[in-house]
Design a protein around this ligand. Sequence first.
Ligand code: KG4
Ligand code: ZN
Length: 343
Amino acid sequence: MRILGIETSCDETGVAIYDEQQGLIANQLYSQIEMHADYGGVVPELASRDHIRKTLPLIQEALKEANLTAKEIDGIAYTAGPGLVGALLVGSTIARSLAYAWNVPALGVHHMEGHLLAPMLEENAPEFPFIALLVSGGHTQLVKVDNVGEYELLGESIDDAAGEAFDKTAKLLGLDYPGGAALAKLAQQGTPNRFIFPRPMTDRPGLDFSFSGLKTFAANTINAHLDDEGKLDQQTRCDIAHAFQQAVIDTLIIKCRRALQQTGYQRLVIAGGVSANQQLRQDLAQLMTQLGGEVFYPRPQFCTDNGAMIAYAGFLRLKQGEESSLAVEVKPRWPMTALSPLR
Ligand code: KG4
Ligand code: ZN
């Protein structure tokens, strides 16, 4: 079975082909980041229009990359939510129309299930059950995963997502949107412990997160260190980036440790854009060594949005005979716990 996957939930157009025997045989990505950077964030209408321009050419590229014709595709998986409604509608409409024309089944995939299963595309794939830490621009969630579709939400952010907090703090430090990776780069030059940021919600039980206070803490620290011209010296910028990043990472680690201890699970999967953060990976590896468990990640290019994770998640479900109805239906809000277990 060969599945074409289409991702258009936000600011990346991703198209990939997953083959049951050979694994991933095509992967195409177009990022709109530069276009949105001028506006300091994603402009939904521009995102939708750009997906319209890019999706069909990328599908053609993916078929060419895999040396296939449309007739050799057995099903189509597309992101049906959560995400920006206009952007989701573009991918879903194209996917449904092609599926109708090619006479193959199509399935609306949950974007976060795609992220969660992305580590399974790696050679060292995790076995079930595991704890998943999903950290993206829109979500911060700790999920107990017993199998495909068997998810229990253990905790989530009550305000900003981890990636969102990175991006907002990066903006305060004068970095372009989305500034997560650039902030991490600044942090490398930072002096440890010059500033100590709080570790929000770690002094009380539970597995929820809150990151919006860290952005305010960063703003106050920046204001207290501006020179007469209202500027921040480079070392102080790096030191603030370091303190912010370490606070987010420590908070994530404290909650991961709790989730693992609470469930007795020994495998931890981390996915979503923030899982590309090298310091986070290093600190999680250390945690898992202490706990005698193992941590699994997608390769860096599959941490952020991509078509491969959608093709793969869709493949698992289409193979079991699942398919969505002909109507183009998207779900901008869609709790992952509403998904059904794999048949
Ligand atoms: O999963 P993703 O591509 O898109 C969403 O579904 O949201 O995640 C994007 C987020 C952005 O907030 C970006 O700043 C953040 O991931 N990010 C990082 C790093 N690389 C990307 N945050 C911290 N460190 C990084 N190295
Ligand atoms: Zn995502």
